[in-house]
Design a protein around this ligand. Sequence first.
Ligand SMILES: [Zn+2]
Length: 441
Amino acid sequence: MRSAGEPGSDPYVPRHGDARYEVLHYDLSLDYRVEGNRLEGEATLSCRVLAEAESLMLDLHGLAVQKVWVDGRPQRFTHARSRLTLKLPLAAGRELSVRVKYAGTPRPMRSRALGAAGWEELEDGVIVAAQPHGAPSWYPCNDRPDDKATYSIALSTPAGYTVAVSGELQGTRRTSRGVVWSFEQTAPMPTYLATVQIGRYREIEHPGAPVPVRTLAPAVIEESDLAGSFDLQPEMLAFFARLFGPYPFTSYTAVITEDELEIPLESQGLSTFGSNFVDTDWESVRLIAHELSHQWFGNSVTLQRWQDIWLHEGFACYCEWLWAEESGVSTVQAEVEKHHALLAGLAQDDLVLADPGRDLMFDDRVYKRGALAVHALRLHLGDESFVQIVRSWLEEHRFGTVSTEMFLEHVAQQAGDEAAALLDPWLRETALPTCPVPASA
Ligand SMILES: [Zn+2]
């Protein structure tokens, strides 16, 4: 799939990203008309060249580029098949500022294998659910998960809407056209975790956590509707922080859209749920815990390549089971045995956990088998050592990017080769290993 003009594309998300440079900071200034779905933007990317090159590429999908500047000077460009190419000689180490003026009608990015992701119109608002390939649907970017950057985002919308972005709100300002909402994201963030949420929301604060925890909900949802579901978030956050170390970001926001959504999705410091998840049943509560746990597993510590998605989803699924036990719904061991039995009834021969292929990267078996592998490791290590190893993993790679090999190396360093080796059949073979049970059982 790789050609000379597309250096270092991830085979799971081909034709995205450019490994020859990195972005240090995105400054996005956006104007959005909800009615008519019209976006006008100016993006300034502070970039650093990693390898000598004759051009660099940005990803931008479905929006028209009007003008590009490099270090303040107009720059010629071509924009085809969602790739914006700038031809210019680039020495390794050079820092440059790329400014792009663009406009159009944003729409999700579609791929046969990965489905639709990105900017999506709701009945009366917008969500951005970009994992894994949707970021170019709203801003020009170097769309690779291993290129994290900080962000300044200012977004203007008509009055009457609330805007949430993966970052801290700095303030709002009224203009003749509406309201400008300004956000800063100071923790490095990969492109796919950047989000914009626009709707007629009100904010409900959930007290009791070490950082602000809030839910943005439409008027049809009463605060009392969140009892036993979203109002558990401070308790969940404190529980995961006790196990795995401090919550990585400065706040956590759950956005509930009035529209029903098929699945919830994590962004940095924020998760999005459809109104169908406002429910006290376990199916909803487990997903509220799951999305929150992604702030540690996936958002602070992020995969370098999509093939390592089990490092996000296996741990997030395991966190569901941990919360099941903590909240008295079930025990981890009971969940392990239930899901092992369910998995055993499914075909395994097409799935290798450490490289499931892009068609299966979000297959439920990746989540469940990943969580079972985590449990097998825990039983081998014992609770104390397991928690210490996961904590040090998260601490050492806070705001960084990782791979399966790095995780195995970390386990081997901390607990010996045997501990790392026991993960091999889970990660690299197709046959399902026997169900992990405590030695005394
Ligand atoms: Zn997940």
